[in-house]
Design a protein around this ligand. Structure first.
Ligand SMILES: [Zn+2]
Length: 234
């Protein structure tokens, strides 16, 4: 049972420390960053689209007024010299206004192009990251298949091994597993506890040698359960 538990611990550790885990975590962080970036870029593009429509409308409005004034003059509707002079000044003022509004229009258009460029390139990066995430996840799962299968087999064997063991022994074993880095039971091999590697002194060894085979013997040094084998040196 100890051997199976140690193997299960080892397999779980292997599964938890697959290199793909770190790679996937890195890709997920980058993905989150790009999603945020895309959202910000989308908001900026929407704002600038609105600004552009407003700038276009402003230009059109002033141009319409200029056309109205021109056509009134062309039709000879303005005859009074003072009115004509005033109209001339107004047209000059409208030209300046149109020119400055068109500057705004161009400025907004340039900003919009830049923001749209950022949005487009972010979308391309996102697609690439999503593909990398899919690939890394597939690689991780493929690598984990064998370990997961072995883990399932070891868990089934472990359940079988635990069957029929006395409850108090299992309780002791579970308690020692927690306090002894997962190793509760260790073979006594060549007079040494393979849990702590200490040689058992001759008098303790004599006691162990005389103990009935179904008695639980423990290492005096590390408290682990000592498993007697043919190689124990008893
Ligand atoms: Zn020991």
């Amino acid at each position: 049972m100890q051997e199976l538990d140690s193997r299960i611990d080892q397999l779980r550790h292997q599964l938890a420390s697959l290199p793909e885990h770190a790679q996937i975590a890195g890709l997920q962080a980058e993905h989150t960053r790009l999603v945020d970036q895309a959202r910000d870029a989308r908001i900026l593009v929407d704002d600038l689209n609105r600004e552009q429509r407003k700038a276009d409308a402003d230009v059109e409005q002033v141009k319409a007024r200029r056309e109205r004034d021109r056509s009134r003059m062309d039709q000879g509707l303005v005859t009074n010299p003072k009115d004509l002079e005033r109209m001339g000044h107004e047209l000059e003022s409208l030209e300046r206004r149109i020119s400055s509004l068109e500057d705004v229009e161009i400025e907004v258009m340039e900003k919009l192009e830049e923001a749209q460029g950022t949005l487009d390139s972010t979308a391309v990066e996102l697609t690439a990251i999503e593909q990398q995430l899919t690939d890394a996840t597939t690689a991780r799962d493929a690598r984990a298949v064998a370990s997961n299968e072995e883990l399932a087999r070891a868990a089934a064997d472990r359940a079988t091994a635990a069957e029929g063991l006395p409850d108090d022994l299992v309780a002791l074993y579970d308690k020692l597993r927690l306090s002894k880095q997962g190793v509760a039971a260790a073979p006594l091999r060549a007079r040494r506890c393979s849990g702590c590697q200490m040689t058992i002194n001759p008098s303790d060894l004599a006691v162990i040698a005389k103990a009935p085979s179904d008695e639980v013997v423990r290492c005096e040094e590390c408290s682990r359960i000592l498993v007697r084998t043919s190689e124990s040196g008893l």
